[in-house]
Design a protein around this ligand. Structure first.
Ligand SMILES: Cc1ncc(C[n+]2csc(CCOP(=O)(O)OP(=O)(O)O)c2C)c(N)n1
Length: 582
């Protein structure tokens, strides 16, 4: 199983039947897998904050509940998380945070172990798929026993690598749901929260004691000259290159078992702390007064591998990664037939700043499209476009465009658009509505008309929503039609006040949308002047081939379309001024 499949299985084996999430690599498959088990309820919530709140509600009603997200999702969900730490959970509540060292598919590389300390929530960290399954079950037990939310931290390498997992019979689901009224515990007004605050510290002390006997904090004493304190995937890397050293492998990374660490320190001569990203364990162990070697030789950034660890320890102080196998780089690109391409081809040709957002369309920042000029976090494009246009408008410096995908708009674009209407913005927002959450693999959302469980449901009408937020200038366009797209953008850029264009066409890879793949296009080599205009689309099937220069001709090459890739979307036909593509 992959780590993610194993987490889903572990949750099921723990007798848990309730889960909520918002997709995000590397966490997405956990809920997709969990939703396949019989008798479960699993939902895609509109964003991570909602997912956590849904799970808190379920737990408060007596149902063991899971919430899943990628690391940055925890930022979105942080508000309820920090306070559910005070209230406790009644039943069990586990939050999976899937971190992404090396930023394989993320906008930052934050180390979410810090959230455990910050929010005073215990955290377990597995090192492989078997542990992922076992630890999530333990997480539910700890949550129930200590009346606390519990974090399970995964990383991309744990979530996406596969190892052998042995299965157990799931414990039978027990319905323990009931409504309990307990305002002292659940109404966090200052007077009551102050009391709960004290309870949190008492609970942390109990958890510290528990960490000392937690069976997955394991000591392996071998060669006593070197001891390694580590957790998660780096344990495997270190064992790979130094199988004979002594280890303290921590399964619970917060709170730490101080006595056990001291015991280990007393048994070995020299200690290395091996951890990816922040010196999270290292700083806490140093604060215990224990001498360790850590970030002075290991990198702060990126994933580790056995070579990085071997090099750092052998060279001691001169960290240098082993040379990586050189493979040709393959920059990501929008797919052939992607509906975003037409929109960004047009946007890139306007002299206007485009605040971007996160989704497939972010790829259009690259040459030659260059249709997007910033990307901070989900939903940021709308607020940023508003802020920029407010700052620029009074000085007559023109309008700003913000672009946002449909899933991202629903996640966190609605409130900033309301702000735009409320505070009389002058920005133009384009919602790239491809009827799905494409970037993370076609997840449903409130605009698709289907739930995660595959049931048809109420479908959000984007146009009606945008209008209800107070936006009066709304246009719906087809981004395959370049003229319509160009005219709409030009018109709205010339209009005063806030406006929204909904650029609507389903993702070409979205199976349920049944996008008709047209016959592949081809270039007439006699008509092609070799002007390269079609290359401006950055469409994967189109390439340019050198030809032998003929006498009296300036033509140095021609465009060629790879029929096996072409979806016949027709953008290049519209771009070619010579009628060479048909
Ligand atoms: C807070 C947060 N949650 C999740 C993600 C992962 N993620 C990135 S973009 C995206 C949604 C993309 O869907 P959409 O906006 O519809 O654009 P599309 O990819 O379909 O073009 C998701 C879930 C993230 N980067 N940040």
């Amino acid at each position: 199983m992959s780590g993610n499949e194993a987490i889903a299985r572990g949750v099921y084996e723990a007798g848990v039947r309730f889960a909520a999430a918002y997709p995000g690599t590397p966490s997405t498959e956990i809920l997709e897998e969990f939703s396949k088990y019989k008798g479960v309820y699993a939902e895609w919530s509109p964003n991570e904050k909602v997912a956590v709140e849904v799970a808190i509600g379920a737990a408060m009603a007596g149902e063991k509940a899971l919430a899943v997200m990628k690391h940055v999702g925890v930022n979105v969900a942080a508000d309820p998380l920090f306070t559910v730490s005070y209230t406790g959970t009644n039943s069990a509540l586990v939050i999976v945070s899937a971190d992404d060292p090396s930023l394989h598919s993320s906008q930052n590389e934050q180390d979410n172990r810090n959230y455990a300390k910050f929010a005073k929530i215990p955290m377990l960290e597995p090192a492989d798929a078997q542990e992922a399954k076992d630890f999530v079950k333990l997480a539910f037990k700890i949550s129930e026993k200590f009346d606390t939310p519990v974090f399970l931290r995964s990383t991309t390498r744990v979530s996406h690598s596969k190892s052998v997992v042995s299965l157990k019979e799931p414990i039978a689901y027990q319905d323990k749901t009931e409504i309990k009224y307990n305002p002292e515990k659940y109404v966090m007004v200052p007077a009551l929260a102050r009391l709960r605050r004290v309870e949190v510290e008492k609970r942390m002390q109990k958890l510290k004691d528990y960490a000392e006997i937690f069976p997955q904090n394991k000591m392996e004493i071998n060669d006593r000259r070197v001891g390694i304190i580590t957790a998660g995937m780096p344990y495997n890397y270190a064992k790979d290159v130094f199988p004979n050293y002594s280890y303290l492998k921590l399964g619970m990374v917060y709170p730490l078992p101080e006595k056990l660490i001291r015991k280990f320190a007393a048994k070995v001569k020299k200690i290395y702390v091996i951890e990816e990203l922040d010196p999270f364990l290292e700083e806490q162990i140093r604060a215990m007064g224990i001498k360790v070697i850590g970030k002075e030789i290991f990198p702060y950034t990126n994933e580790f591998d056995p070579g990085i660890i071997e090099n750092a320890i052998k060279k001691h102080g001169k960290t240098k990664a082993l040379p990586v196998q050189s493979i040709p780089s393959r920059p990501p690109n929008l797919c052939p037939g992607c509906p975003h391409r037409g929109l960004f081809y047009v946007l890139g040709k306007q002299k206007v700043f485009v605040t971007g957002d996160i989704g497939c369309y972010t790829l259009s920042f690259m040459k030659p499209l260059e249709g997007l000029h910033s990307c901070i976090c989900m939903g940021a494009s709308v607020g940023m476009a508003h802020g920029m246009s407010k700052a620029l408008k009074e000085k007559g410096k023109g309008k700003v465009v913000g672009v946002i995908g449909d899933s991202t708009f629903i996640h966190s674009g609605i409130t900033p658009l309301l702000d735009m209407a409320y505070n009389k913005s002058n920005a133009l927002i384009v919602i790239c509505d491809n009827s799905t959450t494409a970037m993370t693999g076609m997840q449903e959302h409130p605009g698709t008309g289907y739930t995660l469980m595959g049931e048809p449901t109420k479908q959000l009408n984007l146009k009606v929503l945008v209008s209800a937020l107070g936006i009066e200038n709304i246009k719906v366009i087809d981004p395959y039609n370049l003229k319509e797209t160009r005219n709409a953008i030009k018109e709205e850029l010339a209009t005063d006040g806030p406006s929204v264009i909904i650029s609507q066409r389903p993702c070409v890879l979205f199976k349920r949308a049944n996008v008709k793949i047209e016959k592949a296009l081809s270039v007439d080599p006699d008509k092609c002047t070799g002007c390269k205009a079609c290359l401006g689309l950055n469409c994967p099937p189109i390439s340019w081939h050198k030809i032998e220069k003929k006498e009296g001709s300036k033509r140095e090459g021609i465009s060629v379309i790879d029929e096996s890739l072409c979806t016949g979307c027709g953008l290049c036909v519209q771009v070619c001024k010579f009628g060479a593509i048909s």
